[in-house]
Ligand binder design. Structure first.
Ligand code: NAD
Length: 517
């Protein structure tokens, strides 16, 4: 089959009917294409097979298709379409924009099953997680920002008797927004960016991760069906250092929202600064769970374990450092090990699977290298510590990128394992004697995304939460999200905040107009 044929298959496959193949898998020849100006298209690379990138199913170690790899010219075309669509979308009443976003939310809900299957196949994650959490949350993102846009003060009137003046503050869409997202929660995080941008009246040029591009591509067909005007949402696929960099550098994109690694975020901050672009960066983490002497471990152990191993530890909010009062250390380790061993590992497409595959071979190698480094540094390995034995896996998944949930102890606070993000099912345990030590250990990190505190003492929880240098703190729970609260990290975890009004403010530019009465 030539690349031209592949392109045609891709365009046809973009029709929803192709996702619903009776066997439930993605089409046999999957070609994920750009979506520009309301059309699925390959643009410059249509005749160059080498310009495409493989799409894999990491749980089966199979190539399941290809994704178009755009370049700066593709980004130019997308930005031109977004600029043409901007005046009309920006001046559309917020309630009308909200209506389109609500239709899109309903279509995502209608197609939960194919979207969840695609997410599971492309990312190796348990389908139950995609079906019950991630895809519903993508729909919720659109509904939430539809409601938020209707409540947002796009225009405010202020009277000042002292200066006898009247001011009008207008917040209008900042322009074409560049949205760049990672592979770990592909549709969930992609929509978490584009929903507020669209609700605010921006038009969008977005780039999903080249590792997990499928559901963003499927979303484009739903956006079309929902009646989103052509050019309002444009999706360019391809490598980060090519397409992502072209978005970051594009002179007609004044506002950026990025979620991904701190290394790339740092590069984006440097690149965007001389152009005074508005930038929101959501980056890496090394999140601590602080477990006090009075914590109700029997009650909370399941949730603590979930915070460590959910999505194979590939959630930026996952706990990676467990800091436990010395009197509860053994109990914590026993409880964690027991739960880690009990996790049902298997084909991510099986509803009963609780632990799936990592996202790909390169990432599996990185996680394995971190475990080896911990071992070499003298860590005690309480469970896991390697790839999952293929005999525990279904035959189809025997070569998949599975890593056993791993609990380590015996490493100092300054060991690389306790300082660098692993982003896999790997956690360390350190103990403390006093509350002050716990806070010091928790804050002894260049990251500052999230933390959790586990105690029955509400005053201690509040005291500790106030002193943690992070953007988000949970007490006796994890990843409970009220979307109105600001989301983001401190230190090297983030710049700016997403969520609720913060996001709408990010994607709008205020103008104050004052007249003397
Ligand atoms: P990554 O930084 O490698 O890639 C993220 C996105 O940026 C991808 O779409 C990639 O193609 C693109 N990119 C890469 N180089 C680029 C460049 N030079 N210019 C512009 N774009 C570029 O991250 P990843 O491996 O996809 O995701 C994992 C990371 O994301 C982890 O560090 C994790 O902590 C972080 N993350 C953070 C949050 C958060 O909310 N703070 C949420 C999820 C993931």
């Amino acid at each position: 089959m030539t690349s031209r044929d592949l392109a045609v298959v891709g365009v046809v496959a973009a029709g929803r009917a192709r996702w619903l193949s009776p066997h439930g898998y993605l089409p046999p020849v999957l070609r994920v294409t750009h979506f520009i100006d309301g059309r699925f298209q390959e643009l410059a690379d249509a005749n160059t097979p080498a310009a495409g990138l493989p799409i894999t199913n990491p749980a089966r170690a199979e190539v399941i298709g290809g994704v178009a790899a755009g370049d700066a010219a593709t980004v130019d075309a997308a930005v031109a379409a977004a600029r043409r669509a901007l005046p009309s979308w920006r001046s559309t009443a917020p309630a009308e924009r909200a209506a389109v976003l609500r239709r899109l939310a309903a279509l995502i809900e209608r197609d939960i099953e194919p979207l969840a299957r695609a997410e599971s196949e492309n990312a190796g994650k348990p389908i139950t997680l995609a079906r019950e959490v991630e895809v519903p949350r993508a729909a919720h993102n659109f509904r939430f920002f539809a409601d938020a846009a209707e409540r947002f003060d796009f225009e405010e009137h202020l009277e000042d008797a002292g200066s006898n003046s009247r001011s009008r503050v207008v917040r209008s869409a900042a322009g074409v927004a560049g949205c760049i997202s990672p592979w770990n929660l592909p549709l969930y995080l992609f929509t978490w960016k584009i929903a507020p941008a669209l609700a605010a009246g921006c038009t969008v040029v977005a780039k999903p991760s080249e590792v997990t591009p499928v559901t963003a591509w499927m979303l484009c067909a739903l956006a079309q069906e929902a009646g989103l005007p052509s050019g309002v949402l444009n999706v360019v696929h391809g490598r980060g250092d090519v397409v992502g960099a072209a978005i970051v550098r594009h002179p007609e994109i004044p506002v950026l929202s990025f979620t991904g690694s701190t290394a790339v975020g740092e590069w984006i901050a440097r690149e965007a600064a001389p152009h005074f672009k508005k930038v929101a960066l959501e980056m890496g983490g090394k999140n601590a769970a602080v477990i006090l002497a009075d914590a109700d471990l029997p009650r909370h152990m399941d949730e603590i374990a979930r915070s460590c191993f959910r999505n194979q530890g590939q959630i930026c909010l996952c706990t990676s450092r467990l800091l436990v009062h010395e009197s509860r250390r053994d109990e914590l380790i026993d409880g964690l090990v027991q739960r880690a061993r009990a996790l049902r590992v298997g084909d991510p497409l099986e509803a009963s699977t609780e632990l799936g595959s990592l996202v790909g071979e390169a990432h599996q190698a990185k996680v394995m290298a971190a475990i080896d480094q911990a071992r070499a540094g003298g860590a005690t390995v309480h469970c896991g510590g390697g790839k999952i034995d293929p005999s525990r896996l279904p035959t189809a998944c025997a070569h998949g990128c599975f890593v056993a949930p791993t609990v380590l102890s015996g490493l100092g606070a300054h060991s690389p394992t306790n300082r660098e993000e692993v982003f896999g099912p790997v956690v360390t345990v350190q103990s403390f004697a006093t509350e002050a030590q716990a806070i010091e250990l928790a804050n002894d990190s260049s990251y500052g995304l999230a933390a959790s505190v586990w105690t029955e003492d509400a005053a201690a929880a509040a005291r500790i939460a106030n002193q943690l240098e992070v953007g988000i703190v949970w007490t006796n729970c994890w990843m409970v999200r009220d979307l109105r609260t600001p989301f983001g990290g401190a230190k090297r975890s983030g710049l700016g905040r997403e969520g609720g009004e913060e996001a709408l403010r990010h994607f709008t530019e205020p103008k104050s107009m004052t007249i003397r009465r």
